[in-house]
Design a protein around this ligand. Structure first.
Ligand SMILES: [Zn+2]
Length: 87
């Protein structure tokens, strides 16, 4: 069995090496150095790669992330079901 790292520094190093190993072939391995990819996996901030919250293309509810949109759908479903029960 592998021993678990004890210090915060050891944990941070472990995760940096994990990400370097995982992301070494991102962008065909040419866009950035592996260590830079460990910190920032997306090499640009164009409209297709950027965070949807920061996109100028998206307006209103489109600016929500996928998780937030799912959460909104769940809330709507629950409130509809509660209304049905109360009637
Ligand atoms: Zn891009």
């Amino acid at each position: 069995m592998k021993s678990s790292p004890k210090s915060k520094r050891a944990i941070r190093r472990k995760h940096i090496h994990r990400l370097i190993k995982k992301r070494k072939d991102y962008w065909s391995g040419g866009a950035r150095t592996p260590r830079a990819l460990a910190n920032t996996p997306t090499p640009c901030s164009c409209q297709m790669c950027c965070n949807v919250r920061k996109s100028s293309w998206a307006k209103g509810k489109e600016r929500l992330t996928l998780q937030e949109r799912r959460q909104e759908n769940i809330k709507d479903l629950v409130s509809a079901a509660l209304e049905e029960i109360n009637q």
